[in-house]
Design a protein. Structure first.
Length: 443
């Protein structure tokens, strides 16, 4: 059983750049695969196999695979037995209480989740996806520089960290504004260009007592210290690049207030470069669409938004005149309703308020962009039998009937969803035009 094994030797501690290794299987235990994908389930079903796929947790005497620790995702790769068996080491995390590829904190075992069983005692050859490992190293080392500078300049602690496949997030227990973050970003990239060596080691207990280092939590046992001389000293279990220049570049993507402090998102190295390429392509597309240079797109978009606002105001005024004309055309009655293709709720509400001053009973407007005029007869009688989503605003006329009573009837008869006050309700329903007309005819 895995719990009787000796702690796994962490080869990534001594060489973060090692990409393959040989090891002996100490144990292999089946676990239920609660995360098997839909395609695999479909394939099994087509073959008449309705059993739940099984995964296996393999413990080795030593490994280069970095497990899910310290907010960082685990390595990916393969385990090979000779030339006949190749099994993927899957990149999964803690789900539903099952540990798939993580460190057993009680005994220091590392479990490699694979989809094929390997007998204990067998020698395996492991290969990690080093491109993925190195990308994680770039981003984690970049985070240390940024967090070290935040701590050094403002005294804030990094109280949260997550390095996913797409983004790096850091939470600090103090506020930072956009200007401060921009200055920190420049400083971080200056440290990257300095090509400073990054030191990773396990100091003795006596040495550790004398070291002033950052740590998000209390650590029992040996503490691994990652030092960027002059910039940061931090407890960390993850692999790092040898020198800061290997990080390449650091870019802050977002800054938001979070739990009394601030949350930052960054990217480093190749991920930052790919993000830049994608955004440059998007900006160039906008530039070509607007027929302006890239650096003038913000002003051009602002101009378009101003023009849109003016046009929307003019359209709303025209729509109000149309609705007012339709209201004036309604013959004297108790309950008055219109159907309209105008969909601006503010314009509709103002028109209903005007109707409430003229008629004594319920007044309202049902609206849908497919409706072409006040009668609702847009494409002939057949259109009246098409189920569509209609919105409505209904008000109380001069005799003050209770609109909430009408809302209850709309819900019961047409399954309408909505709410409001006795003086006015609003909501929506999916039904036919003829159903709405039939309901109104009974009022």
């Amino acid at each position: 059983m895995a719990e009787k094994c000796k702690p796994t030797l962490k080869l990534y501690d001594s060489d973060a750049y090692a990409s393959d290794f040989d090891a002996t299987v100490l144990s292999c235990e089946p676990i239920m695969n609660v995360t098997h994908n839909a395609e695999r389930e479909k394939d099994n079903s087509e073959r008449g196999d309705n059993s739940t796929p099984t995964l296996y947790q393999v413990v080795l005497d030593q490994t280069v695979f970095f497990p899910e620790e310290g907010g960082q995702t685990p390595d990916r790769g393969l385990l090979m037995v000779g030339f006949t068996l190749v099994t993927q080491v899957t990149d999964v995390q803690i789900r539903n209480g099952l540990i798939y590829h993580t460190v057993d904190q009680a005994n220091g075992l590392i479990y490699h989740t694979v989809d094929q069983a390997i007998d204990p005692g067998v020698r395996v050859h492991g290969i990690i996806n080093f491109d993925y490992r190195f990308s994680n190293m770039q981003n984690h080392s970049g985070e240390h520089i940024f967090s070290g500078l935040v701590h050094k300049k403002y005294g804030y602690e990094n109280v949260g960290f997550h390095l996913s496949d797409s983004i790096v997030t850091m939470d600090y227990n103090g506020k930072l504004d956009q200007k401060q973050v921009a200055e920190l970003e420049l400083l971080a990239n200056d440290w990257i260009r300095r090509n400073v060596e990054i030191e990773c080691r396990y100091p003795s207990a006596e040495e550790l007592e004398k070291i002033d280092y950052r740590s998000k939590k209390e650590i029992d046992g040996d503490v691994r210290i990652v030092t960027i001389p002059g910039c940061d000293v931090c407890a960390c279990c993850a692999p790092h690049v040898k020198t800061t220049s290997e990080i390449g570049i650091l870019k802050v993507l977002s800054v938001t207030n979070y739990k009394g402090g601030v949350r930052l998102s960054i990217l480093c190295g190749e991920r930052a470069e790919l993000d830049y390429i994608h955004k440059h392509e998007e900006l160039e597309g906008i530039s070509q669409t607007l027929k302006v240079p890239q650096l003038e797109t913000v002003a051009a978009v602002g101009k378009l938004l101003d023009e849109k606002t003016k046009l929307q105001m003019a359209l709303n005024q025209a729509n109000e005149r149309i609705l007012q004309f339709q209201i004036d055309e309604i013959e004297d009655c108790e309950n008055a309703f219109l159907f309209s293709s105008i969909t601006d709720s503010n314009t509709i509400r103002r028109a209903v308020n005007d109707m409430a001053k003229k008629f004594s009973g319920y007044v309202g407007i049902f609206y849908n962009e497919d409706l072409s005029n006040g009668t609702g007869e847009n494409t002939g009688e057949a259109a009246s039998e098409v189920v569509r989503k209609y919105s409505y605003i209904i008000g109380s006329g001069t005799k003050k009937p209770n609109c909430k009573d009408l809302q209850a009837r709309l819900h019961d008869d047409l399954q309408a969803r909505g709410g409001g006050q006795p003086a006015m309700i609003q909501g929506s329903m999916e039904c036919t035009l003829s159903q709405i007309r039939g309901f109104l005819a009974q009022l």
